[in-house]
Design a protein. Structure first.
Length: 229
């Protein structure tokens, strides 16, 4: 997976968006959880660690892995390691991918393997960037292979006879910002920074618009799959 530093820097500082994300996944947090690709660990430290009895973080980027070990070394209920999902032997109540799957080329195989690491009735929670027509230079620059439509997850769930717990778009304000990004050259870090600040400030409005339009569109897509084996 490729990181430029921009993605983590601006998403970690987007507190309103992070709170919105947490409101969508809160009910799916089990006692023993795994976050794949936690980056700098901001979401894990501010949200997941408060809910889980044991929190496992796996990060294959060496620099981020070292930072995570330092950040969580005083937490006895947190285990940090650097393994791919197929190298992990433990099973979990919940597994989270927050804006990670789009960085993985063999994404279907990744999901299939993650499901085998869940306890019975455990939840696989995935948040990804939505809509391929929003794919831009920014996506390419930070290593996104793709953006996602609901159809991909619907087909995957049907093909594998899985249980869908949640599947919808969210963050309508962010959607319009990305449409604007398709029209304006946003390659400058200063422009990205300013746009992120404005987007994060307006993000609470997304909660209202999303409900009014029944989550028909948004910058992001959430999918929750329950393991039924």
């Amino acid at each position: 997976m490729k990181y430029t530093g921009w993605e983590l820097k601006y998403f970690d500082s987007s507190s309103n968006f992070r709170k919105y994300q947490f409101s969508l996944i809160n009910e799916y947090i089990g006692e023993k959880i795994l976050e794949v690709g936690p980056g700098s660990g901001t979401f894990a430290k501010n949200f997941l660690i408060k809910k889980a009895k044991t929190l496992h973080l796996t990060e294959i980027n060496e620099d981020l892995f070292e930072k995570l070990k330092s950040k969580f070394n005083s937490h006895s209920n947190v285990d940090v390691y650097s393994k791919k999902i197929n190298e992990i032997d433990t099973k979990f109540d919940s597994i989270f991918y927050f804006d990670v799957l789009e960085h993985i080329e063999s994404h279907e195989a990744e999901i299939e393997t993650a499901l085998t690491k869940l306890n019975k009735n455990g939840n696989l929670v995935i948040i990804v960037p939505a809509f391929n027509h929003l794919y831009s230079y920014y996506d390419k620059s930070i290593g996104h292979y793709r953006r996602y439509e609901k159809k991909f997850f619907k087909d995957f769930i049907r093909k594998n006879n899985l249980i869908k717990k949640k599947l919808h778009y969210f963050d309508s304000i962010g959607y319009f910002f990305l449409l604007l990004n398709k029209l304006i050259d946003m390659r400058s870090e200063n422009r990205v920074s300013l746009g992120t600040i404005i987007w994060n400030f307006l993000c609470p409005i997304s909660r209202v618009i999303d409900k009014l339009f029944f989550h028909k569109f948004g910058k992001s897509l959430i999918c929750v799959i329950q393991n039924n084996e």
